[in-house]
Design a protein around this ligand. Structure first.
Ligand SMILES: [Zn+2]
Length: 368
């Protein structure tokens, strides 16, 4: 179908609209698969062309898949043709007489609409099942903290402040180690002769490692964003210009740390669970303001990790100070006094250290 469509496209003729049934005589193997699988491909193909004619810049003309790309098919549930036996842990699919053994991630309720079976290029098979349910979301929990300020960093993943104090979230060690391994695999792959058996093997381990890192990072970002949204009513972050920054030399660490994905997760989870998500103006000087007296340090450079306020004498850890200022935005001016008091009281194990003097060398950072 794609070939026919592309042919007509090149000749600037009307794009033909035909159905899979037409091809069944010429290609008898098409009779072996269930017709919904074929029908879904036809619909996807039609949509791809429609999208392309609607917006040629965003949607390129469809092309043939490479054999080693991810492969998948989608089929619909009709008269219980798709079902899961939770006891025996089997998945029943159309045209297959016996259930397929699966590794079940979790039980679910609701009516199965469709299933997409895919084979990733590292050779694993997945079935993702679309289910219609009444309550698709997790329960909303009562937030423990009114506000939450978050500074995105390079050294640490994020530095945060909420009603209970502040702490730093590190990049998970397994991600760091995974990335080191990725680098090694990349090197080994590039050294192999193209097209050779060894090169193919190296590519497979490289693909596997890529998949591992993507999954591990998404898992980390999902869990962290869910915890933040559960615990806090108002979440405040800087409006960092991720796209702009990606063009600079900070690009690698930003892309690696998955900031834009993380902010996106926070945004939609906030919407799901009735929280407020605030991105402050990009020009709000969250790092330069002394959170204690409001003095603005115009001379603060990007590499200054700590600084001393000449107005009140407080020594600041750059990231902690920024997260506190963002927290204040969340808590609102009217409540600022009481909250500031609570923080300086050092009531929690993560509290800000008591006012240090400028003579102290550096500042001890609190870790959560
Ligand atoms: Zn100050």
């Amino acid at each position: 179908m794609l070939e026919k469509k592309l042919y007509a496209y090149k000749k600037k003729e009307q794009i033909p609209r035909d159905t899979p049934a037409k091809y069944k005589d010429k290609f008898p193997f098409l009779k072996e698969v269930d017709s919904f699988a074929l029908c879904n491909v036809q619909l996807q193909l039609q949509k791809a062309f429609k999208d392309h004619f609607r917006n040629r810049k965003q949607f390129k003309i469809p092309k043939f898949k490479k054999k080693r790309d991810k492969q998948s098919y989608t089929t619909n549930n009709v008269h219980n043709s798709i079902r899961v036996d939770f006891e025996k842990v089997l998945l029943y699919l159309p045209k297959l007489k016996e259930g397929v053994e699966i590794e079940l991630h979790r039980r679910f309720d609701g009516k199965i609409k469709s299933v997409t079976v895919s084979r990733t290029n590292d050779g694993k098979y997945f079935a993702s099942i679309l289910v219609k349910t009444e309550n698709p979301r997790n329960k909303v929990v009562e937030p423990k903290s009114k506000a939450f300020g978050m500074d995105l960093g390079l050294e640490h993943f994020v530095t945060v402040t909420n009603d209970f104090g502040n702490y730093k979230v590190e990049h998970p060690r397994y991600l760091r180690r995974g990335e080191e391994r990725l680098k090694r695999l990349q090197k080994s792959f590039s050294k192999k002769q193209k097209g050779s058996k060894n090169s193919e093997k190296a590519r497979l381990s490289l693909d596997r490692q890529h998949a591992y890192i993507t999954n591990a990072r998404n898992d980390f970002l999902h869990k962290l964003s869910k915890a933040i949204i559960d615990e806090n009513q108002v979440v405040v972050v800087e409006d960092i210009n991720v796209k702009g920054l990606l063009k600079t030399r900070l690009a690698k660490s930003i892309a690696d740390s998955g900031w834009s994905k993380f902010l996106n997760y926070l945004k939609y989870k906030a919407e799901w669970y009735g929280r407020t998500f605030i991105q402050v103006d990009r020009f709000f000087p969250s790092s330069k303001l002394c959170h204690r007296c409001g003095y603005k340090n115009e001379d603060l450079a990007l590499h200054d990790r700590t600084w001393c306020c000449p107005s009140c004498g407080e020594t600041h850890d750059r990231d902690v100070n920024a997260s506190i200022n963002l927290y204040f935005v969340g808590i609102g001016r009217s409540e600022r006094g009481t909250v500031e008091q609570a923080l300086v009281d050092d009531r929690s194990p993560h509290g800000i250290p008591k006012k240090p003097s400028c003579n102290e060398v550096g500042i001890s950072t609190t870790k959560g």
